[in-house]
Design a protein around this ligand. Structure first.
Ligand code: ZN
Length: 312
């Protein structure tokens, strides 16, 4: 099997067999050439990964791909429509070296390898947490749960009644783009103003609070730990926004547990988790009392296990 992680800046490939995971190779995500460039890059990297691991390429029977989204389907097969990879999405102003509306993905990989499973990285992480992390109950994957990543962006993966939700194009779980506030200054990459990602994603914290002297999330939290009242008030508001997003997910989906990861959350989880719990607690108790908020069981490695969880 091969595991492929596609991010806006990097593509990583590893192979897996009964001897374990190995042959990791990674490159900057291809953004030049035809719109099959990314798929060709992945096919080449699978070859390199096999060579590094001493596995013949012909032995690769399954490929799991965990990718940043969003996706569109073309004749039932996933193509990537990520605005940070496809220059044709946002137009020339974005400065990407291509005019792709989409990047081909599933069709060329299927032609090369046969069985291919492509999911958005929120779903990959959710599956990893259900199999090996915090979203298990006595070793069994939980039926009603979600994973939330709070990082440069905000993404989720959701499972209800034992079904991982995918939606019409595999984009279910883009909960970072819901509205929980009437802010009219925080522009999100999706084009909306004042949605959750526009307000509190890692890149949004840097953009919004640099003018107040906090250049990024790390500096904001350093100020908090030093007792800076202004920074404390900022993060109280930020926790209110994330808490409302979590509450909205619980109220909509009747979840039993949400595990949270991602770099912004992970580095400050001891500070953030009690505040997120407090933001949810006491609201509509029949729904919220039976839902735990926890830190990701796989910690900082959730992303590494996403693609593996799709094919293992
Ligand atoms: Zn948005």
């Amino acid at each position: 099997m091969a595991c492929v992680d596609i991010g806006g800046t990097k593509v990583a490939v590893q192979v897996v067999d009964d001897q374990g995971v190995r042959g990791k190779v990674a490159e900057p995500t291809a953004t030049t050439g035809g719109n099959d460039a990314l798929a060709l890059q992945i096919i080449r990297l699978v070859g390199q990964s096999c060579a590094a691991a001493g596995v013949p390429v012909q032995a690769i029977a399954r490929v799991g791909v965990s990718s940043c989204g969003p996706f569109v389907l073309n004749q039932g097969l996933v193509e990537l429509a990520a605005p940070n990879i496809c220059g044709g999405q946002a137009g020339p102003a974005r400065g990407l070296p291509n005019d792709w509306k989409t990047a081909l993905l599933e069709a060329p990989l299927r032609a090369a390898f046969g069985h291919v499973r492509v999911e958005n990285d929120g779903i990959g992480a959710l599956e990893a947490e259900r199999r090996w992390g915090a979203l298990q109950d006595q070793g069994v994957p939980m039926a009603n749960c979600a994973y939330v990543t709070w990082s440069t962006g905000i993404g989720t993966g959701v499972c209800v009644d034992g079904h991982v939700l995918r939606g019409k194009n595999g984009n279910a779980g883009h909960a970072g783009h819901i509205f929980v506030s009437d802010n009219n200054t925080a522009l999100c990459g999706c084009g909306n103003v004042g949605d959750v990602e526009g307000l509190i994603a890692g890149n949004a914290l840097a953009r919004r609070f640099a003018p107040e002297g906090y250049a990024n999330a790390a500096i904001l939290f350093e100020a908090i730990y030093a007792g800076d009242e202004r920074a404390i008030a900022i993060i109280d508001d930020v926790c209110q926004v994330m808490g409302r997003m979590l509450y909205s997910m619980i109220a909509t989906l009747d979840l039993a547990r949400i595990s949270i990861g991602g770099s912004v959350y992970w580095h400050h989880r001891n500070y953030l988790l009690p505040r997120l719990r407090a933001a949810v607690q006491g609201k509509l108790p029949p729904l919220t009392e039976g839902c735990e908020l926890v830190s990701a069981g796989l910690g900082e490695r959730v992303g590494d296990f996403g693609a593996l969880a799709l094919v293992a």
